[in-house]
Design a protein around this ligand. Sequence first.
Ligand code: KG4
Ligand code: ZN
Length: 336
Amino acid sequence: MPLNTENIVILAIESSCDETSAAVIYNGKMLSNIVASQIIHEQHGGVVPELASRAHQQDIVRVVNASILEAKINKNELSAIAFTRGPGLLGSLLVGTSFAKAMALGLDIPLIEVNHMQAHVLAHFIDEPQPKFPFLCLTVSGGHTQIVLIKSHLDMEVLGETADDAVGEAFDKAAKMLGLGYPGGPRIDQNAALGNPDAFEFPIAEMPAYSFSFSGIKTSLLYFIQKHGQEFVQENIKDICASYQKTLILTLVRKIKKAAKELKIKEIAIAGGVSANIGLREALKLEAEKQRWNLYIPDFQYCTDNAAMIAMAAHYKFLASEFADQKVSPLPRFQL
Ligand code: KG4
Ligand code: ZN
């Protein structure tokens, strides 16, 4: 059957970690974006892979149906089914992959695999204003910290990344140590807004070129807690969060500034769950004014995991006729 490129309607599924999400996109315009966040992990202080895949199985039918209903389309109008192939948790990815494959087979339409990190960047094309090529993106999530050069929608080059922990992990693990629970990033962010960022000092790892390291600062927080004791920590929780967060932000801002300067690029974007951080957004806005950057910050709903970004990536892949085979399997470590 020849492809209809006049009416491109794609259903996209995201299930790489602990969010089950489905979205419908019509000719590049988002018609729905349903996200079911798994609260089961809160009581465990972090994502439990086995529970995550089970929750995806329980939620996926409901989430996909809701996205089709909200988009006001009939599934027979779909041009393709897209899914996150990786990176992510294998058990979680398997649920979305199997569901997408079965649906594409049942409807006899093409299948599109999407790289989750590429999709985080392409979230910038859901709404206006959109960055102009080439641009730099600081992609910061629970599993990744990357500086990416984006040459076109589907041509991206990772210039540098973390040698150990991702910055999102540095947020989440710190929150756990500080007794703030899970999800850690938003809780540190909220406390930091009310604290003094200069109250305490944490080390910045000096890393070559555009690479990062966040394991040292995490260990230094552990020593800080051991030295001062939990009572002191609880009394000073806001100042500790503010100081710790300031150091993480400074590390990120320094590197994106270095890349922008060396590559002479003034179109700068941020993406991924940590781009929801208020402190980071504000620090980058200040830097953008100083450096005369055109800065692109995603809407909050498109920072953390969502299927809208998968749908956006799938739209460009559909235009480029990049389809997946029914034999495709998830890639937990899918490189950009
Ligand atoms: O992109 P994402 O939803 O999932 C991954 O692809 O990993 O990112 C999740 C990460 C978590 O580490 C979470 O703590 C962090 O994003 N995050 C934040 C904030 N909101 C989410 N970190 C700092 N401040 C926030 N407001
Ligand atoms: Zn993500």
